[in-house]
Design a protein around this ligand. Sequence first.
Ligand SMILES: [Zn+2]
Length: 346
Amino acid sequence: MSAHAAQQTVSQIQKDQKVLKEHRKNGRKTGRLKWQGAGEFRSVAYQSEGFNVNHTTGHDFGTLTLSKIGEIPIRAHRDLPNTENIKRAILKKERTGAWFACFVVEVESPAKPDSEDIDSADCIGVDLGVLSYIHTSEDLSVECLHLESEYDQYVREQRALDRTEHGSENWENQRQNVARAKRQIRWKVLDFQHKLSTWLVKAYDVVAVEDLDVKSMLETSQSAKNKQDAAWSRFLDMLEYKGELHGTHVVRVDARGTTKECNQCGVETSKPLWVREHSCPACGHTEDRDLNAAKNILDRGLNKLSLQVGPGRSESTPVQTVLPAFAHHSGRMDAKHVVEAGSPAA
Ligand SMILES: [Zn+2]
């Protein structure tokens, strides 16, 4: 390791200690920093003096040159930035044994469209589903990912690890197999969320989405809640940062009552979770429960942005998107179409 990278690590440790001290000062209980052995240490950061990136012939391949280490061939997941634009390079070792190089780059955010320039057809409301992953105000429902076979694989590898003698060479190999099976699940979920969130911010100028906390308290059972919460809150974070990257308004709205409220007349009717259709006793309006909720979320989002909600907006506009895989599946869509859509996870 170069002296420079070692310094980075030392300053990171100091920063961590400072944070812990702050916490203690505010009366919070903290643990202590733990010593990491050489085998456990998994990431190291380089500031701009310590590295160089070389592009080779415009393909996905390049080399990363690190002081004291030398040239390392890398495979890029997206276009390699010029060295002078990279603020930091971080080398990271995953539990599977694979190494990653992460580049921290500053980018300009494009301006978001002014309210008078936004067409109502370019606005969408997104209901986070109970049965589906999302349901949009254009009546597109995307199902949750099926991960049964990935979880089966993970359980099998874990069992095999339990049968291996702890600390042996076989054990270390099998530990990596477990880590790989776990990574497979993580990557599949991430890939799904990246594609879905990228599509939304690219296809629309306004994406209104329910804020998570309220809904999960109201509707999800405690047992399944934490896992699903983590997945959704990451999805919302993705939407927000991608909104900045693509110049799209991403608005979180209070989702309280969005399933009860009639999108046509505003009268509230409570219905238990298993009643999948909204049927309004006041105005007779009938439609899918999640579609009605998504439309309410869109209205609230537009209100929050102080955009005028034109009459007839509640009539569904046909799904026209940049991504053909989505357009062909207006109505119910299986999650695997999202995975197969093949847009880069940007
Ligand atoms: Zn009504």
